[in-house]
Design a protein around this ligand. Sequence first.
Ligand code: FAD
Length: 326
Amino acid sequence: MAKGIFIIVEQRDLQIRKVSLELLSQARKVADETGETVVAVVLGQGIEGLAQTVAASGADKVILIDDEKLKEYTTGAYTSVLNKLIRKEEPQAVLMGNTAIGKDLAPRLAHRLGVGLASDCTGMETDAKNFLSFKRPIYAGKAFAYLSSNVRPILATIRPNTFKAEAPDASRQAEIVKETADIDSDDLRAILKEVAIAASKRPDLTEANVIVSGGRGMKGPENYGILEDLADVIGAAVGASRAAVDSGWKEHKFQVGQTGKTVAPTLYIACGISGAIQHLAGMGSSKFIVAINKDPEANIFNVADYGIVGDLFDVVPLLTEEFKKL
Ligand code: FAD
């Protein structure tokens, strides 16, 4: 009988990613409702210190798999270890963030386990028949699909910022289990040699709570300074439309949309972006959308919660000055 909701906890340099804390909080709510247990699975090297953090965030049990071969994520090693663990433990559900790692790992794991995958979900509910059901945008966000599975384990990746990470409860205790990493040599075909991290003081685009994004209306790369000034004041990440990226004004890593990053911040401020369907596919599930555009007919106003019809070169500096006063 399948038991437990497994959260595959993502960490980098021993810092747990926010999406994993969001999943632990949500799994805790599901577990309280259904009588299930929440199991946090942490892979890496020197990870023992993370056990209390995941316990405080909602885990009943923490499985630590500590090995030098797991220090950095590689598809083969992580798939090998998790495939064996999941086959042994037989959980009801396995959830992970729809991050670069989650998008790489989950399909491989699904194949190894012989189960389906609900990917890039933006909602999850308990389901009397199949335990959990998931909501995911389809057709570039034009429609939603609702998925459930009667095969175990249910496997899903959840978009960052879908759920709220509740405040940790330091008094929570969890059972801590240490497992050894059993990695098939066949699975170690790729070895990570170096990780180059671009220095940035801004939050990661996919996990940012606030994003200020600029499109073709920015007119040139030199003008992004006004978005950066605003982003600095409100602690936002800076994004761009594909038109801005294709023009060479911003690197592709800043692109939001169907062929860029998928984001779901609490606040998305779109500046000089028309609101093409491919752009909306990447940011349409933001909680609040503010659009600044001089064309009152721009499609972005159809999805915006607040719209400012005006020249962004007037409006953005005014916003920055007003936010500075807060
Ligand atoms: P435009 O559509 O040119 O809009 C510029 C806007 O700026 C206009 O609304 C204009 O009124 C406004 N403006 C101009 N000057 C000012 C000013 N001074 N003040 C205020 N407003 C001003 N696009 C993405 O963004 N992300 C993707 O991932 C993506 N993937 C794609 C995939 C495919 C297969 C295809 C076919 C297209 C994709 N696109 C994507 C491109 C998409 O269709 C649009 O071309 C693009 O989003 C347009 O970018 P934009 O809104 O910046 O530019």
